[in-house]
Design a protein around this ligand. Structure first.
Ligand code: IVH
Length: 698
């Protein structure tokens, strides 16, 4: 029995003591496999089952409870306040770099200082030899969370403290104990008598999204980003709240160490941590010299959006501890490390106005006009507010200071306003009653979140433009070189009204447009000509019928085989198509019975737009009909597009997210939350091999 186990009265049957110890070991092992190794060993349900067994056992025999029992993570009573903790070794900050030049300068400082130190150690002061070997660096991710110090005494977690001002932080032990990624007891036999583990507490993006969903449902304030959510969760005086917040942890440094040998490098320390059961992020590298650092930065930069958590850069550390010691510190940051930051994805700016934009279906989108600000490396002047309800829910007003976010290729959005900065002068947004483009009334149906311009494309040039942009877009008719500005000009000059008019454009009309060289005009004409040869699915999608997206268009093309069969289909016939419900069917009937649309179809065909057709009766068998697949992670051989094409060719559908309707989840390397969700819902999971077998036997 461990010295920490409360002594039982002697009445506890030994087999129960053994059973409790066994359950604790099993549960701790599963958490270790899940969080530290990133290799889940059992489904969540099995973990919960073992957990409940242990809980029941401990309830009957409280003397069995140990401090590292997984049932003891959540405290029973809230704290009155957080105690102050003085760090045994101060928690420093990092110097920042923003450009390749900054990294080169850092590399030079390091190399020069190490060479000088080596020179000082040799009698003749000759530094040339040592300076020529590239320095070895450990490159880590810079997690966007909160720095934490975990104190382990004889392997047991005894205290956790925030960074605070670096010298003193707050005691958040009760909250940190609820974080399942953090072991309550270290594993293995090389256990130090005292260890201060440094690392970052953070929240995964998927857990953040779920938390905000819950907050919204409960009418509570949403968090602006995962970092704020993690901070807010750690600042709870009631650890029962923190326990519901799914925080994570990655180790990256060390404070005090007693009673075990210090490894001789950062990578050595990380390997030891992993043996001790502490989570260490595996997205890291050991590289040589500055060139290696920059490669790492670019590689991670490209994959940043796919990571399950947010990072704001990468951190470079001289790998060898003896060299770190030689380099020492400047002010409050080590000379041996550098944080190489990515361009910020969020920035603070002011809402100058809120206007509305009209989309191709007439949807009215409120857009915030912003004081120009750099976000993620570009200047942002507009950000979407999605719809009227969003504006109210986030309570964004004209004149507010706001957080703007732009991640990857996503359209910039207004995340939240800054309450402390709000003045009396702010003004609320009013949804206009008339379309700002055509003046038609704006209507919002009772059960819809979207308000729409009622003008239709005949009256509203904004809808016309949107419809034409959609028609020529890459996944529709794929007309290269016909961008938004050209379409705007063509519509504004009344050179085109419908998509059919595009094919009537001549060289002279095009070449006379602003910023249009003869060569470009010829290219546009060639692209239009090329687009005439298409597929039925693309053509249906290009028409922009409401509720008919790409997947539905593919289904319809497959099912009906020809445009005439589709145009003449009754509601019942449409409903036969998997994926078509009453709303979609009604929308299509409405479209095809409109004489103007019939006329458009005739004109397009007369212009020479064509595609291969087949009779509905000749349809190829569709063995995977009715099965919905979700693809996640990277498959060893098939690209995502290839896998999707093969599934669809066999009649299956590919969806973007896992739900109860999903039949199969195809998981490859680095599959993330979708895989977890599939496991949770008990959905069959296939690897590439099994998928191919299914396709071939289908
Ligand atoms: S090492 C001597 N490694 O960045 C300082 N810090 O700007 C040791 N951070 O407060 C810090 N990821 O919260 C280190 N892989 C990483 C990190 C990291 C995030 C944070 C940490 C620290 C801040 C310094």
């Amino acid at each position: 029995m461990s010295p920490d186990t409360p002594q039982s009265s002697g009445a506890t049957p030994p087999e129960w003591v053994a059973r409790a110890a066994e359950l604790t070991a099993q549960l701790n092992h599963h958490s270790y496999a899940y969080y530290a190794l990133d290799q889940p060993s059992v489904p969540d349900a099995e973990y919960d089952r073992l957990f409940q067994q242990l809980q029941a056992l401990e309830l009957q025999h409280p003397e069995l409870i140990t401090p590292d029992s997984p049932t003891q993570r959540v405290g029973a009573t809230p704290l009155p306040f957080f105690r102050q903790v003085t760090h045994a070794v101060p928690m420093l900050s990092l110097g920042n770099g923003f450009s390749d030049e900054d990294v080169l300068a850092f590399g030079k400082r390091v190399a020069d200082a190490l060479a000088a130190a080596a020179g000082a150690n040799t009698m003749d002061g000759n530094v040339v030899d040592t300076a020529s070997a590239p320095v070895e660096y450990a490159a880590d991710l810079k997690f966007d969370g909160l720095a934490i110090n975990l104190r382990y005494e004889n392997g047991l977690l005894v205290q956790a403290a925030t960074r605070g001002d670096g010298a003193t932080g707050e005691d958040v032990t009760a909250n940190i104990r609820t974080v399942r990624a953090i072991p309550l007891r270290l594993r293995g036999d090389n256990i130090p008598t005292l260890l201060d583990v440094r690392g970052e507490v953070l929240m995964y993006k998927a857990d953040f999204a779920r938390l905000n969903e819950r907050q919204r449902a409960a009418g509570l304030k949403e968090f602006a980003n995962p970092r704020n959510a993690a901070a807010g969760s750690l600042r709870q005086l009631d650890s029962r709240i923190t326990a519901h917040r799914r925080l994570r942890f990655f180790s990256y440094g060390i404070g005090l160490l007693e009673g075990a040998a210090m490894p001789d490098s950062h990578t050595g320390l990380m390997d030891w941590y992993r043996q001790l059961g502490l989570p260490v992020c595996q997205e890291r590298a050991l590289v040589q010299g500055v060139a290696g650092l920059l490669d790492f930065y670019r590689d991670i930069g490209q994959r940043r959006a796919e990571l399950p958590y947010e990072i704001d850069g990468v951190v470079y550390k001289v790998n060898r501890f003896d060299q770190q010691q030689q380099l020492g510190f400047v002010a409050r940051a080590p000379r041996y490390a550098l944080a190489h930051k990515f361009p910020a994805e969020e920035a603070l700016t002011t809402v100058l106005d809120i206007e509305v934009q009209v989309g191709r279906t007439g949807a009215i989108t409120p857009v915030a006009r912003l004081k120009p600000v750099a976000v993620g490396g570009v200047i942002v002047t507009n950000a979407t507010l999605h719809n009227e309800d969003e504006v109210r829910r986030k309570d964004i007003r004209i004149g507010d200071s706001v957080i703007v976010r732009r991640a990857g290729d996503v359209i910039p959005e207004v995340v939240a306003y800054v309450p402390e900065a709000r003045t009396e002068q702010v003004r609320e947004f009013q949804m206009p009653v008339a379309c700002p483009v055509c003046g038609s009334p704006i209507v919002r149906l009772e059960d819809e979140t979207i308000a729409r311009c009622s003008g239709g494309w005949i009256k509203c040039s904004a809808q016309r433009k949107g419809g034409l942009q959609h028609f020529v877009s890459r996944r529709a008719m794929d007309v290269d070189g016909l961008g938004e500005q050209l379409i705007d000009q063509l519509v504004d000059k009344n050179l085109i009204v419908t998509a059919a008019d595009l094919y009537k454009l001549g060289f002279v009309a095009l070449a006379e447009l602003e910023r249009m060289a003869d060569k470009s005009a010829q290219n546009v004409l060639a692209a239009l000509e090329k687009s005439k040869s298409t597929t039925l699915a693309r053509f249906i999608y290009a028409l922009g019928i409401r509720h008919v997206g790409e997947a539905t268009a593919k289904e319809l093309a497959r099912h009906f085989g020809s445009l005439d069969a589709l145009v003449d289909a009754s509601e019942l016939q449409l409903l036969e198509v998997a994926d078509v419900g009453p709303v979609v069917a009604q929308s299509m009937i409405g479209f095809f019975t409109d004489p103007l649309n019939r006329e458009l179809l005739e004109q397009l065909r007369a212009a020479g737009v064509h595609w291969p057709e087949h009779a509905a009766a000749e349809r190829t068998p569709m063995p995977l009909q009715g099965n919905t697949f979700v693809l996640t992670g990277t498959l060893p051989n098939l690209s995502r597009e290839a896998a999707q094409a093969r599934i669809e060719a066999a009649g299956g559908k590919v969806a973007g997210s896992v739900s109860k309707k999903t039949t199969y989840v195809v998981a490859g390397a680095e599959a993330g939350s979708k895989l977890a969700k599939a496991e949770e819902l008990g959905i069959t999971i296939l690897d590439e091999q099994k998928l191919i077998a299914l396709l071939e036997n289908a």
